[in-house]
Design a protein around this ligand. Sequence first.
Ligand code: DX5
Ligand code: ZN
Length: 230
Amino acid sequence: MLDLRQKPDRPLVAPSVLSADFGAMARDAADAVAAGGDLLHVDVMDGHFVPNLTFGADMIRGLRKHLPGVYLDVHLMVDRPQDYVATFADAGANGFTFHIEVCDPYRTRGVEAAYLIDDIAKAGMLPGLCINPRTPTAWIEPLLDKLDLALVMSVQPGHGGQAFMPEVVDKARRLRDLGGDRLRVEMDGGLDPQTCVEPVRAGVDVLVAGSSVFKADDRAAVIRAMQQTP
Ligand code: DX5
Ligand code: ZN
């Protein structure tokens, strides 16, 4: 099993199963791993935080059963991530990344992020926080010490296959500078062997790739090109 706490010596590629064939999920996910994917990115959407609906704990459990040795990087685009910590840990999630936009330091509308991070770690998963393209890094900077991963969205969350937003790269650079070697900086949305060049230069070390991998004729070539980004 990949240890995401270790600083990788090249960018890691996380194929996003949102772009896999949902009717043949285990087979298609296994194929992306066989093609060289370092870990799998698993997008959970609730139809509220984002309009789209995907899947929940049972899909994580199914992926874990068919791919016992693969790191499952779960990205929750949901309004109430606190409701899923125990069930996702039990289902076999390794990383649990939620959005700061659903949190509230006064806990009048949402969960307080610092408490949720502690609960995720206590459940045995690596805690991650995600920021949307228009959310400033300042919202998560006070929490970086407690995090294993910071995820910068490079599209509006909700769908695969959207165009990369280059204006978010500076946020990744800042998070890399503030977080140091122990923090993984992940980027998600519109990444392919061309668009990932600037993010990698800025210090992004986990590259999520949905459509660029799953829709490719040669998935291994796309993954290799991203892993070998100059
Ligand atoms: C978008 C999801 C992404 C998605 C990326 O809301 O969070 O993980 O799978 O897909 P591509 O790589 O096609 O932009
Ligand atoms: Zn995602």
